[in-house]
Every structure is written in C-alpha cells, then in structure tokens.
Design a protein around this ligand. Structure first.
Ligand SMILES: O=C(O)CCC(=O)C(=O)O
Ligand SMILES: [Fe+2]
Length: 295
C-alpha cells in the first residue's frame, strides 16, 4: 500500500492534455481546491439540513434507493448514505451546474457523457465515522460498473466524481484504488476480488492525501475501496458527495423506480459468494430483456 504522489492539478477553465493522459493511464485523477473551505462549510450545513428533513419526514428510500442509517458518536441518528440528495437541495443542484464539471466529460474520450443527477443513484452523500454504532466505517473492494449488468445494460464507460468534505490524509484511511484496472477485461472486472466483502489491503493499491474541497474522478471500471480510519470518533469522520458521469441512453429514475437488485442483495448475499449474484444478474438481464420486448 503506497501513497501516490499526484501532480498538483486544479480544475480551471480547460483540461490539460497532461491531465487527460494521467487519467487515461491510471483510471483516476485528483483536482485540488475545487471549492473553498467556506463553500465546504456551507455544503456541510446544507447536508445536515437535508438529513434532518429526511429523518423528520421518515423517508427511507429515494427513487427506490434505500437510505443507510446508523448512529453518530453522541448516539444521534445518522444517515450514512443518501442517494439523489440534490432532490432536497437547490444548493446541490446548482453545484452540479458548475461549468468546470463539464470539462470532465472530455475524460470519456469518444463517448458522449452527461452528469447523472437523475440516473443510477444520482448525487450520493456518503458519511463514514468510526464509532461503535456506525454502520459505515469502510467499504470493501468493488468497481462501480457491474451495477450496469444488474440493470441489464452493457458496461459502458462512466466516471464517478467525488467532492471531499473532510480532510483525510492517507494515514487516516479513505479512498484506495488499483491503478490501471479500468482497462481490464470483463472477467477481471467481475472476479478480481470478492465484491464488497474483501477489505484487505492490496500491495498494488494506492491512496491519497485529501483535503476538504478536493475533487477526485475515477473510471467506473476501476477497482477501489474505502479504508477504515485508524482513529475513532470525530477525527475519523469522512463525508464525500459523489455523482456519476454517464454515457448511453438516458435512464432517469423516479419515485416509482423499483429497488435495484444490487441494493436488495446487500452485503449478506455477497457473503454467500459470487454464484447467487451471477444467477441474479442473469435473471435481472432476462427480465429487462423481456420488458424491452414488450414495450
Ligand atoms: O467514499 C468513497 O470515497 C467511495 C465510495 C464508493 O466507492 C461508492 O459509493 O461506490
Ligand atoms: Fe465505488
């Protein structure tokens, strides 16, 4: 496990060829200071407000995607993963309109991309904290692409863009990636590691020094995980918002959207091994195929 030294890149009014080359080679990139510390503070207040609203309204799912609940250090209820968060916040919707984000579409090469505010899981808010009753302290190895298989789609290039809202030095855990794995074949994409249950460090993984306000972008096919913080309580807190940049046909979700199988399966099913998952993928693909036939 090594800390990678990434050139100091910032996202300004154009992407540099060097930045595109870096992304193409490694499958990820980090842009420093995408937003200021003051803007981070405003976003955190806004996310707090959204969380309070969701708790008070007893909302458990958004567009079919379940919220993930836990408890904070002081025992207060905490929502540790919120999908489609921007539905409850104009500030977040406006953030997605930032002109600089459009530059990221160039990282898709010949594919035409768009910011997926209404697709997949939309704008996701992840909130990790290492306390006893937290349900989100780490995240096992995965790529973001097989979700396409679950939805019956071919795997198309996509990006996952993360805006980091806490400082998270390499030694404090956080995002770990396996550089270059975005170029693997489908077999390696499915079987390199056990999805979500493998949390072990890989000798080829790399991590980052992240500061609040930094932006990271990774290819959806890249293997990555989140390392648990060695610290406890407040110092372990890690809040990140993610949104997808998508290619292919427009597939917006709405309040009637069913819960995708990969959320229903959850980690329990992953523990049973890959076989039930493959059967589920096959079933889901068949269902989607049939549905398309009927339309
Ligand atoms: O929290 C992170 O940095 C990564 C989250 C992630 O990989 C995911 O939600 O798919
Ligand atoms: Fe991911």
């Amino acid at each position: 496990m090594t800390k990678i030294s990434i050139p100091f890149y910032e996202l300004e009014d154009k992407l540099l060829q060097e930045q595109i080359n870096f992304f193409n080679k490694h499958g990820f990139i980090q842009f420093k200071n995408f937003i200021s510390r003051e803007a981070v503070t405003i976003l955190l207040l806004e996310l707090n407000r959204v969380q309070r609203f969701l708790l008070e309204s007893d909302i458990k799912k958004i567009n079919g995607i379940p919220l993930k609940f836990g408890k904070d250090a002081n025992g207060d209820p905490l929502i540790q993963r919120i999908a489609f968060t921007s539905y409850y916040s104009n500030t977040l919707t406006e953030l997605l309109k930032d002109e600089r984000l459009k530059l990221l579409l160039q990282l898709l090469g010949k594919y035409e991309g768009r910011i997926g505010e209404h697709e997949k899981d939309g704008l996701v808010f992840n909130h990790y904290v290492n306390v006893e009753e937290s349900n989100f302290k780490q995240l096992g190895w995965h790529t973001d692409s097989p979700r396409d298989l679950f939805l019956g789609n071919r795997i198309l290039p996509m990006l996952n863009v993360g805006l980091h809202l806490d400082d998270c030095a390499f030694d404090n855990g956080g995002l770990r990636v396996l550089p270059g794995t975005h170029k693997q074949n489908v077999f390696r994409l499915l079987f390199r590691k056990k999805y979500f249950i493998d949390n072990a460090a890989d000798k080829k993984e790399v991590g980052f020094d992240i500061e609040a306000g930094d932006l990271t972008v990774h290819d959806g096919r890249l293997w990555h995980r989140v390392q648990q913080s060695p610290l406890k309580g407040e110092k372990s807190r890690r809040r990140v918002i993610y949104f997808p940049v998508i290619t292919g046909s427009y597939q917006p979700k709405n309040a009637e959207s069913p819960t995708p199988l990969y959320h229903k399966l959850g980690q329990f099913e992953f523990k049973k091994g890959i076989k039930p998952i493959l059967i589920s993928i096959k079933e889901q693909m068949k269902n989607n195929y049939l549905k398309r036939d009927v339309q």
